[in-house]
Design a protein around this ligand. Structure first.
Ligand SMILES: Nc1ncnc2c1ncn2[C@@H]1O[C@H](C[S@+](CC[C@H]([NH3+])C(=O)[O-])CC(=O)[O-])[C@@H](O)[C@H]1O
Length: 322
């Protein structure tokens, strides 16, 4: 793990992100010390036992597929499947590793298909994904030609899943840092900042939007995806307790309200490019995530409502300019 972070420091040393090096090393040292007390050591063991395959087969353009089945023996494939199950639940994907299909809870590729047609081409850009989950979209961003791709997410399990994929595709321009958005300094350097599925988890959504803006260079692009409700510019749902069984949901604004919030923190040219009700095919239990999923979070008699009686998950994609 020492190497991953050193690799990242080298990757940004001569870029407009170099001032990040003032704060990052001490934060990551702190993370390393803390991680030893949780489940990290057992996931690290999985990472250490992954087979070295040196595959040249990398497709991150229309899916995330690294390595072919024929490049490893049946015994190795069985062993690899076993190691991957030790990193369950796999929520964000899917991934195809040496013929093993990790059928994740979410079809994150469908979200990417809704976002991609509307964003500025990523070719040559420095890109940040805030709350990147397992890093599925990081690979797809690189597949679109981004020059440097950085994801942050505070979940250690997501880091372990990302590093598993990176083990088979050691691309030096794709990185995951175990940080929360609140730990970022004002970098003002990324060409595109993504934040998908995170806003409703933030207690102070307007501060969060300002933090996103502070990561972009002037004229850079924000790609924000979040839950929304129908309503006017003054509408935002704050659940009394849980929303779709999630404990940590705070604000679900209408599109007009969120557009206003974005404008209030200084974003320009704000537009909603996609609205979509999450289908039971997009989020579901699988062999790789065997506990409850969307169908258990909805009213069994009326799928337009959550089990708590709120409008069922409706998601929107916003694009804005810093
Ligand atoms: N403070 C924080 N800072 C950054 N990330 C955080 C924070 N707190 C939680 N997260 C992370 O935000 C992600 C939200 S999931 C979206 C994943 C992907 N983007 C997707 O669009 O599929 C959607 C959901 O679970 O509802 C998780 O990976 C958290 O660990």
């Amino acid at each position: 793990m020492q190497d991953w972070f050193n690799d990242f420091y080298s990757a940004i040393a001569k870029t407009s992100l170099s001032h990040w090096l003032n704060t990052l090393p001490s934060q990551l040292t702190h993370w390393k010390n803390e991680a030893q007390h949780g489940e990290w050591p057992q996931w690290e063991k999985v990472l250490k036992n992954l087979p070295v395959t040196n595959t040249q087969h990398v497709n991150v353009n229309d899916k995330v597929e690294i390595g072919l089945a024929k490049e490893i023996s049946d015994g190795q494939q069985k062993q690899l499947t076993h190691l991957l199950t030790r990193l369950m639940p796999w929520r964000k994907g899917p991934f195809f590793l040496h013929g093993i299909h990790i059928d994740t809870e979410w079809r994150s590729d469908w979200k990417w298909d809704r976002v991609l047609p509307h964003i500025s081409p990523l070719k040559g850009r420095q890109v940040l994904d805030i709350g990147c989950g397992s890093g599925y979209h990081l690979w797809r961003m690189r597949g679109e030609g981004a020059e440097l791709v950085v994801g942050i997410d505070p979940s250690d399990l997501f880091l372990a899943q990302f590093q598993t994929v990176k083990h088979f595709n050691p691309d030096p321009q794709v990185h995951f840092l175990p940080l929360g958005v609140e730990q970022l300094p004002e970098l003002k350097a990324f060409d595109t900042v993504f934040s998908m599925g995170v806003l409703y988890h933030r207690r102070s959504p307007i501060d969060f939007l300002a933090q996103l803006k502070a990561q972009l260079r002037k004229g850079g692009e924000l790609v924000l995806e979040t839950l929304v409700v129908e309503g006017d510019v003054h509408t935002a749902l704050v659940p009394t307790d849980r929303y779709a069984k999630m404990r940590n949901v705070w604000y679900i604004p209408s599109c007009d309200a969120l557009k206003l919030w974005l404008e209030r923190v200084g974003f320009k040219n704000v537009r909603v490019v996609n609205k979509d009700v999450t289908s039971l095919d997009e989020q579901r239990s699988t062999d790789w995530m065997q506990t409850e999923s969307l169908k258990d979070f909805l009213d069994p008699d009326d799928h337009t409502k959550t089990i708590e009686g709120y409008p069922a998950p409706l998601r929107a994609v916003f694009i804005a300019e810093a």
